[in-house]
Design a protein around this ligand. Sequence first.
Ligand code: ADP
Ligand code: MG
Length: 224
Amino acid sequence: MSEPVLETRGLTRSFVQGEAVIEVLRGVDLKIAPGEIVALLGPSGSGKSTLLQAVGLLEGGFGGSIRIAGREAAQLDDKGRTAVRREHLGFVYQFHHLLPDFNATENVVLPQLVRGATREEAEARARDLLTALGLAQRMTHKPSQLSGGEQQRVAVARALANRPALVLADEPTGNLDEATADVVLAEFLQLVRNQGSAALIATHNERLAARMDRVVRLHDGLLE
Ligand code: ADP
Ligand code: MG
């Protein structure tokens, strides 16, 4: 088997809340193969976002091991973490976090320029992605001029722009009405599959999770 895009071993994370220490992750082992799409289920408060933040190298403070594309997180400094994020990861959040002063195209172009693409390449890629997501007529709109579903589609395009090996999504359609959530998630999965990226997608929608390759559940700080 080829090397996993993500492997965690014994991943732990605790928070101090007042006098108490709560152990949110108590030893999570998770392996994701290239191109595999995994649903991360678990009730509210079970630690889905905490797990995604840890594997997204967005936060320190965890114990155990995280390997992304063969790189051990604990051995990386700030610069190394940023490089791994840029090179291998894409993120979609529940709320889109688009840059409000930039239009849809620019929001998708910018992460590609950071990664070293030419403006021409980046604009062509943005046009392709936004068109595939039904936004051909929205490319010069700013986020505030777009509906919630359209904003989330732009966020999807941005996350996929650099063809990351692993896409991390934290309730990517949690902010949308059910019908829109279904459509946007289906489009998202299709694009991820077509480009061969792997994905770890937190959701509490069992029906949507059933469309993914595998389901893992967080329960009492462990994956079952
Ligand atoms: P989920 O995404 O599954 O709803 P979270 O990962 O957001 O769960 O939270 C899991 C638990 O960790 C919750 O009890 C939450 O209160 C706690 N938690 C998350 N982040 C912090 C933090 N920065 N400080 C203290 N507690 C936190
Ligand atoms: Mg969460």
